[in-house]
Design a binder for this molecule. Structure first.
Ligand SMILES: C/C1=C2N=C(/C=C3N=C(/C(C)=C4\N[C@@](C)([C@@H]5N=C1[C@](C)(CCC(=O)O)[C@H]5CC(=O)O)[C@@](C)(CC(=O)O)[C@@H]4CCC(=O)O)[C@@](C)(CC(=O)O)[C@@H]\3CCC(=O)O)C(C)(C)[C@@H]/2CCC(=O)O
Length: 210
């Protein structure tokens, strides 16, 4: 059996990965703090070209970082996003909340005529003000969040809007970029996105560096 030649130390793997990404990705248009977030998002999807689709509102990184440092909760559309958050990186032991499996969610979905992902957000309203919202899977969740903000829901400190897919993903992110109701945001334009990229963005915001 061959003795395979590969790096076996976690931090060394990350360091090498980040160095490869910085040497191959075109990050010139991003300020340093946004570039750090972009590197981690690329790391999660393995595609340096993804960077050309990233859009951060100018106040996004500062607003999200302040909210996290102040102890804001993180609301996620999918368990996959919530599970991807590295708890040890969070600056204030922030709560990471996903209400998709809450027993009330299915009934809310029926009553509003929308998906469970969209319905789950109705359970966030009490603590939405100043929170960080992370949508990495469901386009309907992002559309519905915008509808809730339009109808006067409390404003989060930042929205990570990165649903993936073919139906509604690009459109929901375009809608957020067009009118975020004054909430700082980050998106990946087009079909790209997903739970892993969203969790990676959160992990980068939670603590700069490795
Ligand atoms: C239409 C849906 C889409 N899901 C996608 C991709 C993935 N979803 C996975 C899993 C395991 C889950 N997706 C649900 C959120 C489920 N997915 C949907 C819905 C039917 C509608 C959402 C929408 O269109 O906005 C949604 C169910 C709902 O009522 O909201 C999930 C809850 C389904 C379930 O298990 O009941 C579940 C999330 C579980 C969790 O983590 O909490 C995938 C792993 C696919 C798979 O199972 O094979 C994958 C993960 C992608 C990722 O990175 O997150 C799309 C492509 C986003 C798609 C919406 C767009 C489209 O083009 O169809």
């Amino acid at each position: 059996m061959p003795d395979y030649d590969y790096i076996r130390e976690g931090d060394a793997i990350y360091e090498r990965s980040f160095a490869i990404i910085r040497s191959e990705a075109d990050l010139k248009r991003f300020p340093e703090a946004e570039a750090d977030v972009a590197v981690r998002m690329i790391h999660a999807c393995g595609l340096v070209e993804a960077a050309e689709h990233f859009l951060f509102s100018p106040d996004f990184v500062a607003s999200a970082r302040k909210a996290l440092t102040d102890g804001a909760p993180i609301f996620c559309d999918a368990e996959m996003v919530a599970r991807g958050v590295t708890r040890a990186r969070l600056p204030a032991a922030n709560e990471v909340i996903c209400t998709l499996q809450d027993p009330r969610t299915a009934d809310i979905a029926k009553s509003i005529g929308n998906t469970r992902s969209a319905a789950a957000m109705h359970l966030w309203t009490d603590r939405l003000a100043g929170s960080v919202v992370a949508i990495g899977n469901a386009p309907t969740a992002l559309f519905h969040l915008l509808e809730m903000l339009r109808d006067g829901a409390p404003k989060p400190a930042a929205i990570i809007g990165m649903p993936v897919g073919f139906v509604g993903a690009a459109e929901s992110k375009d809608a957020l970029a067009e009118n975020s109701y004054g909430v700082p945001f980050a998106i990946v334009r087009g079909r790209l996105g997903g739970s892993a990229m969203t969790a990676a963005a959160l992990n980068a915001l939670a603590r700069p560096g490795l």
